[in-house]
Design a protein around this ligand. Structure first.
Ligand code: PMP
Length: 367
């Protein structure tokens, strides 16, 4: 698999896609099937696209064992669009919602939702993300329309090791960076949102999984392109969808199926995570991860080089040396600095082994 041209891509998103999928897309690019047309050139009402749309929904359902009383929708507007859509579709019931802010993206989601209703932060915002306060200390509002949390904070590297208990209130989770990397009990959720551009496809499509009984109550101001009830009625072709993105996503989902499903992705994720965190742990503090051990992300691993505060000169050197070995997109998010390695489904254990080998050599030379 792969040619000598392929880079080792540890980017946070848009992120590495399976090479096989890209090769298949390349093969079909000029003529989808016998059509003589690219899928990009076909109507979203064509039988070809209808099949892709239905197959993609079916694959999400199969891979995540989504029960029949949940609907699977594809929307545009990215994860950020979904922050607004969640509030506009779900907050109406009581006018307020609970948010557990554990990092950048849940913070942005809470801010967006506050435009549409009352937002209660279930614990005070930490000055520095990197931990999740014990659930027993959360202040839940019994009248909240839903409890929102981000399963995996892509920027900060904080992942929930459990699904919170919301005392029967619907739970909404942003799984943009963790979808299809682990099994989840869908019945615990009211709604799941996930931008595709990390684990399941290119940018341009966001997957929404929503419990049927939560449909039917959008705010009047909700634009139809964000109205889950309307989108569900129209089977996600209410207007022109991001057809090419859905097409590639469908192929990635089939690739996951072929490679053992979410169960296999979870096992591989655990292996990759162990490799990288062990290298950090056994580096005599040359590498360090600022996140509390029990909530460290399996997917996005932030770390500093040259001591716990990081040494910026060494970090620049680290990135330069890594690029010479074709290891790309290791720079941490601009808001937190340092490094970040993202270990999405298409990133293999071999890729991580090469990164760890490089890290060990770099430490020997500069540590
Ligand atoms: N949620 C999470 C967890 C993310 O990582 C991101 C972006 N990477 C977003 C939401 C926002 O997605 P978008 O850029 O598609 O709006």
């Amino acid at each position: 698999m792969g040619s000598s041209q392929s880079a080792l891509n540890f980017g946070a998103g848009p992120a590495k896609l399976p090479r096989e999928v890209l090769e298949e897309v390349q093969k079909e690019l000029l003529s989808f099937g016998e059509s003589g047309m690219s899928l990009m050139e076909m109507s979203h009402r064509s039988k070809e696209y209808s099949k892709i749309n239905n197959d993609a929904q079916k694959a999400v359902r199969e891979l995540l064992h989504v029960p029949d009383n949940y609907k699977i929708l594809f929307i545009q507007g990215g994860g950020t669009g979904a922050f607004a859509a969640v509030a506009m579709n779900l907050i109406n019931r009581t006018g307020s919602a609970d948010y557990a802010v554990t990092g950048t993206w849940s913070g942005k989601a809470a801010k967006e939702a506050a435009k549409y209703g009352k937002v209660n932060l279930v614990f005070p915002k930490a000055d520095k993300p990197g931990s999740i306060p014990a659930e027993s200390t959360w202040t839940l509002n019994p009248d909240a329309a839903y409890l929102y949390y981000c399963d995996n904070e892509t920027v900060d590297g904080v992942e929930f090791p459990y699904i919170p208990n919301a005392n029967g209130i619907p739970i909404v989770s942003d799984m943009s960076s963790s979808i299809m990397t682990k099994r989840v009990d869908i019945t615990k959720f009211g709604c799941i949102i996930a931008g595709a551009q990390k684990n399941i496809g290119p940018a341009g499509v966001t997957v929404v999984i929503i419990r049927e009984d939560l449909l039917g109550n959008p705010m009047k101001i909700c634009p139809s392109v964000f109205d889950f009830t309307h989108i569900n009625k129209e089977n996600s072709v209410h207007n022109t969808p991001a057809t090419f993105s859905v097409y590639v996503m469908e192929k990635v989902l089939q690739w996951i199926k072929k490679n053992g499903g979410v169960e296999a992705m979870e096992a591989q994720s655990s292996q990759k995570k162990t490799l990288l965190y062990d290298a950090i742990l056994h580096s005599n503090n040359f590498y360090s991860c600022p996140i509390d051990e029990d909530v460290r992300s399996r997917i996005n691993v932030p770390f500093r080089v040259g001591g716990p505060q990081g040494n910026e000169d060494l970090e620049t050197k680290f990135l330069q040396e890594a690029e010479k070995l074709k290891m790309f997109q290791l720079k941490g998010h601009r808001s937190v600095g340092g490094m970040r390695a993202s270990l999405y489904n298409a990133v293999t254990s071999d890729d991580v082994n090469l990164l760890v080998k490089f890290m060990n050599e770099f430490r020997k030379q500069y540590g």
